[in-house]
Design a protein around this ligand. Structure first.
Ligand SMILES: Nc1ncnc2c1ncn2[C@@H]1O[C@H](COP(=O)(O)OP(=O)(O)OP(=O)(O)O)[C@@H](O)[C@H]1O
Length: 309
């Protein structure tokens, strides 16, 4: 048995009208991992997971789930996959219990009431089991979407933007559920544009931008890359150039010489800031203000895209 549950090989997508949503993507997802696909709006995240779930037809490439081709053996593969989409589209007049049981039967599973009950309890939906979906709050509807996706006990679960429009309590419940599912051996792929979400949940992270998978890395390694911070010092007297005595910190001069910028790694125990400030003092370089900022996701993407060229 291979370690990879899912293999995406050269998968690309050009929509009718010519929008290239995905350039050829190669990606292997390991059995039992939580993988976060991180990218800004329109990056191609939904397109990629919709292709794996058989909702969107790829323009090229192939998808293997446990070695089985997801297009050729669509039915077998689809039974193993659960998808929590961003929005609920149907079932408004059904009850919670009926719609979740229906989702289970759709994939040829018997109406295993003990499993469904546990699932609805896990999602705080058991008390609402007889309520019609149209009468639920937005957050409860999201919970129903998760229950529907899990109803047939998939071993590969996709969560599309699980945090979009979700309150803190549902987000926390969802993260707990995701960790519990992983303990049961479910492999999970989620899309997000929140670094925090990737950080909280994922074992590995893939960064996607403009239809290109720019990098795939263990979370710890990626967070190190994303953990850059800038220290900006507003100087009393402008500098024409970086003094050679400061070379080891590689600072830059910004703002016409009025700002001295030092980029440091916030995830390191030793940031280099105390020694940098001490050296400035020794050199008699005075500053009147000091500010730190985190590199924004956009900066990081720009960096990554730049590196990828
Ligand atoms: N059915 C479609 N027809 C034409 N273009 C589409 C279609 N679906 C998506 N696109 C385009 O493909 C690109 C990728 O969209 P996709 O929804 O996959 O991105 P995303 O990363 O999931 O974004 P978001 O975070 O906003 O959901 C976008 O430019 C989008 O406008």
């Amino acid at each position: 048995m291979s370690d990879d549950l899912l293999r995406i090989e050269g998968v690309s997508k050009t929509y009718k009208g010519g929008v290239v949503a995905l350039h050829p993507v190669d990606l292997a997802i390991r059995r039992g991992e939580i993988f976060a696909l991180l990218g800004p709006n329109g990056a191609g995240k939904t397109t990629l997971i919709s292709i794996v779930c058989g909702i969107v037809v790829p323009s090229a490439g192939r998808i293997l789930v446990d070695g089985e081709d997801a297009v050729v053996n669509y039915r077998q593969v689809r039974r193993r996959v659960g998808l929590v989409p961003q929005e609920l589209s149907t079932d408004a007049f059904e009850s919670v219990l009926a719609t979740v049981t229906f989702s289970r039967r759709l994939f040829g599973r018997s109406g295993h009431s003990a499993y469904i009950e546990e699932l609805l309890r896990d999602l705080s939906l058991w008390d609402k089991r007889d309520a019609k979906i149209k009468d639920l709050s937005g957050g409860m509807k999201r919970r129903v979407l998760i229950a529907k996706a899990l109803a047939h006990e998939p071993d590969l679960l996709f969560l599309d933007e699980p945090s979009a429009g979700v309150d803190v309590s549902l987000r926390r419940d969802m993260w707990k559920l995701v960790h519990r599912l992983r303990e049961r051996g479910v492999t999970i792929i989620l899309t997000t544009h929140y670094i925090e979400e990737a950080e909280e949940m994922a074992d590995r992270v893939g960064v996607i931008s403009r239809g290109k998978l720019l990098l795939v890395d263990d979370k710890a390694a990626l967070m190190k890359k994303l953990g850059k911070r800038e220290l900006d010092l507003t100087l009393v007297e402008p500098l024409a150039a970086v003094p050679t005595e400061l070379a080891e910190w590689h600072p830059t001069i910004e703002n016409g010489g009025h700002t001295l910028r030092y980029v440091f790694d916030a995830t390191e125990e030793r940031t280099g800031i105390p020694s940098f400030l001490r050296r400035l003092g020794e050199l008699g370089i005075a500053f009147k203000d000091l500010e730190t900022s985190k590199s924004s996701l956009e900066d990081i993407f720009v960096d990554l895209v730049g590196d990828a060229k």
